[in-house]
Design a protein around this ligand. Sequence first.
Ligand SMILES: Cc1cc2nc3c(=O)[nH]c(=O)nc-3n(C[C@H](O)[C@H](O)[C@H](O)COP(=O)(O)O)c2cc1C
Length: 153
Amino acid sequence: MEKKSIKALVIFDTTFGNTKTIAEAIAKELGSGAKAVQASSVGASELKGLDLLVVGSPIIGWKPSEKMETFLNGLAKEQLKGTKAVAFDTRVKIFIHGDAARKISERLEAAGAEIISKPQMFYVKGREGPLFDGEVEKSVEWAKSIKSLLKTK
Ligand SMILES: Cc1cc2nc3c(=O)[nH]c(=O)nc-3n(C[C@H](O)[C@H](O)[C@H](O)COP(=O)(O)O)c2cc1C
């Protein structure tokens, strides 16, 4: 019997491409019903009827990027009611790096989403990247764990 594909949207912002790489790796692992899209080009209709919403941004000045903030600000209070969601960010390895994934998670929850996994972070070697070795593989493993959560929740 054919397995039903997961309808998922992976919304990301990126300046140097690292967050896009992670978003696309996650979308690929989620399967043929998933796609990765830039935060600035997401239409409200695309947020309807999803099995899973994944949102990821680089940390810029301790918080999500401006375009990601614009996307989050555009979410209405109950817009994500009934939608399962998770968030991630990309960041450098410094002592005080701020946070984007947790903030995104909170904002998705405020818009009614059910957060099914704790925020995840992926590390770049410098502002422009590249990603540390193993981070893409880590994102694939994360996507796998979310897929199995979707089966049980
Ligand atoms: C203007 C600017 C501010 C940044 N501020 C932070 C920060 O506060 N904390 C952090 O961990 N990384 C910070 N970074 C590093 C970014 O997180 C890094 O550039 C990003 O993960 C790369 O993702 P991208 O290739 O998708 O743009 C900053 C980068 C830029 C360009």
